[in-house]
Structures are given as C-alpha cells and as structure tokens.
Design a protein around this ligand. Structure first.
Ligand code: ATP
Ligand code: MG
Ligand code: FE
Length: 334
C-alpha cells in the first residue's frame, strides 16, 4: 500500500510517500516560518497563497525522492480540518484533483488524528486502549482510544491551548515566533523556581485544561515589575512558565491514567517536541509502569508523514472520502 500524504492546514506545506504504514520513502516539509516571522504569527491570507505556490513542487519532490509516480499510488490522504480555511482548501482541492486524475481513492484526514498517528510510524506495537495527550498550537486534549478510529475526548482546554499560551508569552517576552521552541531555548539559562506561576487544575476530577489565567499571570508579573521600574530576567520567566505548563500537563495526564487504568500514553502535537515535557513524562510514567510513546520532534509539529500514516489506517478500513470532501476549519474529534 503506497500512500501520498498531504498537509496544508497551517503554515507548513508538506508531502510524504509512505509504504505499508511504516516505510517512509520521502518526506518534504516547506515551512513558511520565515515568511510569517516578521508579523509575529501566521497571516492566513499569505499562508494560503504560499500553499498554492508550493503544493505542486512539494508533491513532485516527494514523488521523485521516493521514485514513484501517481500510477504507483494506492490513495492520496489529505488534511481537511481543523485549520485555516484558505490553507486547507489548497490541500483539499489539490489532493482531489490529483486523486481523481490518477483514478485512486481520496482519504480525508483529521489533522488532530494525524498528530496522534505520527506515533504509529515508528511504533507498530502500540496496544489499545491507550490515552493520548495532544498538545499543539490550537488544541490541548486528553483522548481515550479504544480502537483505530474509535475514541473519546476525556478533557480539553477551556480557553488557550498549551502551544498558544507558550506562543503568546514568548511574544510578550520578545522571543519571536513560534514561541514554544524559543521558550525552551531561553529557559535553559533560567531558574524554573524563580517565579511562582499558578497551576490551573480546575475541579478536582476534571481532565479539562485552562492556560489563559497562567498566561495572564506572566503578563501581570511583567507589567507590575515594569511599573516599579524593575527589569525581570527573561530566562527565569521562560523557565518558570515552561515549568508551570509542563506541571499541569503531566498532572492531568496522570489523573487520566488513574481514572482509566490505561497502560499506554501517546504524546502528540507540536508541544510534544518540548524536552522538559518529554523528560518529565518519561520519568513519571516509568515510575508507574505506564508506557510512553512519543514521535521524534520532527514528527511532532505539522508534517505530511503523519497524514500519510493516518491515511494508511483509513485506507485499510476502506474509509474513503467522497469527491465532495470539503475543508472544515473547526473539525473536532468525535
Ligand atoms: P493544531 O495542530 O492544534 O491545529 P498547529 O498545527 O498550529 O495547531 P502544531 O504544529 O502541532 O500546531 O504545533 C505548533 C505549536 O507547538 C506552537 O505553539 C509551538 O510553539 C509549539 N512548539 C513547537 N516546538 C516546541 C517546543 N520544543 N517546546 C514547546 N512548544 C513547542
Ligand atoms: Mg506550523
Ligand atoms: Fe498541528
């Protein structure tokens, strides 16, 4: 089974060729970070224009590197949501045209499912049921998976996503976009105990998250220092905030493990690339004999390989998309 995976939901144009779910023959990621950096975040209109320019060459490069043509493909998998509508539309219309012309099935992939399925690329021995902690730029979810395509959201953020909070704090600290990697970098020179930021845990058994108050605590700390004419150490702020976010994520993951009795946790999403989060989870879960699976950092942030992996399982299930497949910007996990 040869799947071409296409991802264009945000600011990465990416394509990958995947054979039998595990053999990644090529993987091309064209990132627009440099383009959006000067605006401090992704500008949707520019993002869709960039996708239009890059989609065809990126797909061609993926085919060339894998030494396959459209006639060798079993199906084309494409992200159809959630994401920026203009960006999604470029990928969806492109994939439709290519699949229709090649006479092969089209697979409509939920981007969030893609993030989680990135784990199956390097680990085929993952056992159900498992929990997934999905931490990305737009989402923070705890999900219980019973089988492929069968899952239940146990908790999610009520306001900002973890990545969004990191990005916003980074911007305020003058660290640039995307903020998560910058916070991680600067935090290395900081003291994580320097500031006592709150850890929002909500109701005692809730698996929901709330990061906006934690983000505001950093901004308030900065503002009041500014009014006193003090300057605070940015590395200390970054390290303390990173620690606060990681503490909440780890505590909630442990609560979900205790509540469900599940023995495997799959980490996913851009924030899953965070070293402190990975190390803290690895240590805490090992103490409880719970298996932690996480994708290599490159496969945590947006990429076409994860869409191809999810596509592979949809293909096996015969879950093909209709030619009327549309972009769904607010697509959720049900
Ligand atoms: P979504 O997947 O929810 O639609 P998205 O696709 O924009 O949103 P991702 O690409 O999954 O998000 O992840 C991007 C997020 O990950 C950004 O918020 C970024 O700051 C964060 N991130 C990336 N690397 C790291 C890191 N090393 N530490 C912390 N955060 C990180
Ligand atoms: Mg991105
Ligand atoms: Fe994403």
């Amino acid at each position: 089974v040869i799947i071409l995976g296409i991802e264009t939901s945000c600011d990465e144009t990416s394509a990958a060729i995947l054979v039998d779910g595990t053999d990644l023959r090529s993987h091309v990621i064209s990132s627009q970070i440099a383009t959006h950096q000067k605006y401090g975040g992704v500008v949707p209109e520019i993002a869709s224009r960039e996708h239009s320019l890059h989609l065809q060459p990126v797909v061609q490069q993926a085919l060339d590197e894998a030494k396959v043509g459209f006639s060798n493909l079993s199906a084309i998998a494409v992200t159809h949501g959630p994401g920026l509508v203009g960006s999604l539309l470029v990928g969806v219309s492109g994939a439709k045209a290519m699949a229709y012309a090649a006479g092969i099935p089209l697979l409509g992939i939920n981007h969030l499912e893609g993030h989680i399925y990135a784990n199956f690329l390097h680990h085929q021995d993952i056992e159900f049921p498992f929990l997934s902690l999905l931490v990305s730029g737009g989402h923070t979810h705890l999900i219980l998976f019973e089988a492929h395509g069968q899952y239940q959201v146990l908790g999610q953020t009520r306001d900002d996503a973890a990545g969004e909070a990191l990005d916003k704090v980074a911007r305020t600290l003058g660290l640039g976009y995307p903020g998560g990697p910058q916070i991680q970098k600067v935090a290395q020179e900081g003291d994580a105990q320097a500031f006592k930021f709150p850890r929002a845990m909500l109701e005692p058994t809730s698996l929901d998250f709330s990061f906006s108050g934690m983000k505001s605590a950093v901004l308030n700390t900065l503002n009041s220092a500014h009014m006193r004419g003090e300057t605070l150490r940015v590395p200390d702020l970054a390290a303390s905030f990173q620690q606060a976010i990681v503490d909440v994520l780890v505590r909630k993951a442990l609560m979900a493990i205790d509540q469900t009795g599940v023995k495997t946790l799959l980490l996913a999403g851009g924030v899953a690339a965070n070293r402190l989060l990975r190390e803290t989870l690895a240590q805490t879960l090992a103490e409880r004999s719970v298996r932690l699976v996480s994708p290599p950092p490159l496969f945590c942030t947006d990429n076409g390989a994860m869409i191809a992996v999810a596509g592979y399982y949809h293909y096996l299930a015969g879950d093909y998309a209709p030619w009327t497949l549309n972009a769904v910007p607010g697509l959720g996990l049900v």
